[in-house]
Design a protein around this ligand. Sequence first.
Ligand SMILES: Cc1ncc(COP(=O)(O)O)c(C=O)c1O
Length: 393
Amino acid sequence: MPDNTLRARDEAFWQTFADRYDVQPGPINLENGYFGRLSRTVVDEYQRRIEHINSSNSVHVRQRFEQLESVEIRAQLADLLRVPAEALALTRNATDGLQSLIRNYNRLQPGDQVLVCDLEYDTVKSAMRWLAKNRGVEVIEIEPPHPASFDSLVECYRAAFKQYPRLKLMALTHVTHRTGLVMPVKAIASLAQEHGVDVILDGAHALGQIEFDLDELGIMFAGYNLHKWIGAPLTLGFLYIAPHRLEDIDPDMGEFHFPANDIRARTPYCTPNIPALLTLPLVFEEHRAIGGAAAKGARLNYLRNLWVETVRDVPGIEIMTPNDPRLYCGITSMRFTHHADQQVLAERLLNEYNLFTVARSGSACGQCIRITPGLTSTARDMRLIAQALIELS
Ligand SMILES: Cc1ncc(COP(=O)(O)O)c(C=O)c1O
């Protein structure tokens, strides 16, 4: 196996990798956190599958996809995650899976408390708030410390569990889309378990760039999409329920197409994007061939560190994630401390420097600009963003 840290710095290697992707001329894309590009081979496979499903229509789908291919694809996904296939149900995206888990969690009684923090994704926050009206629970909203440290994050949750003894359920985001902070999932999940609090993990940004083992993290319920760092087409995701906890999530809105003891009853029954699903074997093969999340994560962290380390001490710039490698990954936000409106600065990065980023708000620590290199980004791109940030600071 190649050493991922060494390989992460090998521009020639990553250039060969980048050559497998079509990239339009235009702004340098540093907003790769939204969704990932497909390799040219996956695009070709996707097109081939669209054409085939379009011409064979329901004959192929009813005779092969429903009974055989979808089962095989789920088994391959389970292999990738090192979990049993019965613990996974395919969904259309992360929100679908997470909201099904939140909506159908059946252990809440009126008067119980549920917990979210400001860094959670909006569709997760709104679903947790929906529980207040529909289950009669109280929603506790906390703001983890900023700047954060591993211990202060854990302490913040410990304090919440003590302060709110009626807590039964919480949302936790592995990598927050607002600042890029990576949460100490294992430590928080272990504390939660001690206090009888169930965790629903939002893993959207983690899958494909952070190596994890759900069992080892102590996570029983989680939702993911497949379009960020794995390299799959849009419209695909999945939810995870540890098999011994399946009974704690009801079938989705009376879902009956699968038996009640089948996790697939926990998702809305629908006609999925079959051609997209059929690309997954190739997507998984390519993800593995490059070295999986370990190799991708090492490259993204290397690129992230190139710009972060250049600007971290520059007056007028604040990096929103700490320097602790346990708490950051490739996606990292920054803020121009002398400017109130970060959106204006994101626009200047685009208009004056041809660098495409995205402004983010909604966290208690304030507005920021999210900078996310992708797998086709180069060390030169990182020098350009660092230089632009210094000039604008
Ligand atoms: C942290 C996080 N959670 C959930 C989602 C929702 O994912 P999806 O669009 O697949 O529903 C996103 C989307 O970017 C996200 O960043």
